[in-house]
Design a protein. Structure first.
Length: 276
């Protein structure tokens, strides 16, 4: 990662997502001197990390903090404060700087309004498993992003999980609906599975334990396996067995598939509304 950076990295916002990325970068050998964190009040655990690793923190980054324009400005603040924070950050971007955003709902055009139309901008949508470095981030770049800058972005984002790219910014709304919001769908499935077990007679605590372990264990199995999800499902399903009986309900014409499609469509529409 360090060899890809042609200058410093300015991290704007060191909350849960920014802090997780920073910890990953430092763990992968990025020199603390290459990073400047702009955050007036980082969480206690991030503040402790900054102090322990000797990472410079400022309330507001300025040209005096940098040796020339930074290679990367990574914006990890909440979308609702972006308009307050970003105007002072934008002038730091030089001709060879890539601005990388993990702020949900902020389009490339919204960054270009601050930066000018000729600056390199990458918009991304990560998800919450990034907190344990098992997330996935989907990215889209404007026309000014070089191949090397794509490589830099992929290297930085891989600190919190997998990375994928799309060429059409409209697909970021689809990714938001699938992977960005997706963890909540999985958590709700876990809740429903636990409630079903309790309704059938299990102790509440045991039902919740069984549901959590089943969902998390199945996710880990899928993570480690090269098999398609459909194959893993088939491997669990004996002909006319208990799993088969349950799947007849879940795979019915009015079962889980159309319900999930409606859920994704609703999230996608809302993502587009929020992006304006």
């Amino acid at each position: 990662m360090q060899d890809l950076l042609d200058g410093k990295l300015v991290l704007v916002g060191a909350g849960k997502m920014g802090g997780a990325m920073l910890e990953g970068w430092l763990g992968q050998g990025l020199e603390a001197a290459r990073v400047i964190v702009q955050d007036p009040a980082p969480p206690a655990e991030v503040a402790a990390l900054l102090e322990a690793k000797g990472v410079k923190r400022v309330d507001q980054a300025s040209a005096a903090d940098l040796d020339g324009a930074p290679a990367v400005i990574l914006v990890a603040v909440k979308p609702q404060v972006m308009e307050d924070v970003f105007p002072a950050v934008a002038p730091l971007a030089g001709a060879n700087t890539v601005v990388l955003s993990v702020a949900a709902g902020k389009t490339i055009a919204s960054f270009e309004r601050h930066l000018g139309p000729d600056r390199a901008v990458i918009r991304t949508i990560p998800n919450t498993p990034a907190a344990v470095r098992r997330g996935i981030t989907v990215c889209v770049a404007n026309a000014h992003v070089s191949e090397r800058q794509r490589e830099v972005a992929s290297a930085l984002l891989s600190a919190i999980g997998e990375v994928g790219w799309v060429e059409d910014e409209a697909l970021i709304d689809v990714a938001t609906a699938v992977s960005g919001s997706g963890p909540a769908y999985v958590f709700w499935l876990t809740e429903c599975l636990a409630k079903a077990g309790e309704a059938a007679g299990l102790d509440k605590a045991l039902a919740e334990r069984l549901a959590r372990a089943t969902v998390s264990g199945s996710g880990e199995l899928m993570h480690r396996s090269d098999l398609a999800a459909s194959t893993l499902r088939e491997n669990v399903t004996s002909p006319n067995g208990t799993t088969y009986a349950a799947l007849q309900v879940l795979m019915a014409d009015d079962g889980l598939a159309p319900l999930m499609q409606r859920a994704v469509d609703a999230a996608m529409r809302r993502s587009r509304e929020l992006a304006g």
